[in-house]
Design a protein around this ligand. Structure first.
Ligand SMILES: CC(C)(COP(=O)(O)OP(=O)(O)OC[C@H]1O[C@@H](n2cnc3c(N)ncnc32)[C@H](O)[C@@H]1OP(=O)(O)O)[C@@H](O)C(=O)NCCC(=O)NCCS
Length: 177
């Protein structure tokens, strides 16, 4: 029987260990994230719960196995920023260019728009061609680059920020819910 196509769904805390396992090599082996200690499954569960409460956390499942995730959280805490979210997406390392990033972000942005969020913000440590490509393909516009804003693995790192609308801006926004 042919394998079914990968699907996206809302995460649960039961996905925490899989998400932690996907994320760990990027923490330990790259500067893609500025974290330096991989979070435990328990810490990941806390992040999933917090994201689901206010924003969204989705996983990509292939044949019953979680192979990627995307989530959003607040961009900044100050009140007038509350319609803007910071988003991120991670796939298992060998799954590039098979549509997973686009599928996760498409589902994530639908969720965020439905909750009343208006802008997605993403930061990318440079260089990261797949991430720059995905964000450009998903309609993000570059805002600017912080130079030498982080130190990881023996080098100063630049971070490119980009933003994308999640809805229109032509009305007074209702509270995100
Ligand atoms: C970034 C990442 C999520 C992209 O996911 P992906 O599943 O490979 O992306 P998709 O297959 O959905 O690609 C969608 C579009 O993104 C662009 N893109 C994806 N990979 C690319 C690459 N290596 N180079 C250039 N553009 C790329 C393309 O426009 C692509 O559309 P196309 O294949 O029709 O040309 C994935 O590479 C990943 O997990 N990387 C490590 C973690 C990471 O960097 N996360 C982002 C943190 S800022």
């Amino acid at each position: 029987m042919a394998a079914s196509a990968p699907t996206t769904r809302d995460a649960t805390v039961a996905d925490a260990a899989a998400c932690a396992a996907i994320y760990a090599p990027y923490v330990s082996g790259t500067a893609i994230t500025f974290e330096t200690e991989p979070p435990t499954a328990e810490q990941m569960a806390g992040r999933i719960v917090a994201a689901l409460r206010t924003h969204a956390w989705l996983v990509l499942e292939d044949d019953g196995v979680v192979v990627g995730y995307a989530y959003a959280g607040p961009y900044k805490e100050r009140a007038a920023y509350r319609w803007s979210c910071e988003v991120s997406v991670y796939l298992v390392p060998d799954r590039g260019r098979r549509g997973g990033g686009r599928a996760l972000y498409t589902a994530l942005f639908d969720r965020l728009a439905a909750r009343g969020y208006r802008t997605a913000i993403a930061g990318m440590t440079l260089p990261n061609e797949p991430s720059e490509g995905l964000h450009a393909a998903m309609g993000f516009e570059p805002i600017g680059t912080y130079r030498r804003i982080g130190w990881k693995h023996g080098r100063w790192r630049d971070v490119l920020w980009a933003q994308r609308p999640l809805g229109s801006y032509d009305d007074q926004p209702a509270e995100p819910s």
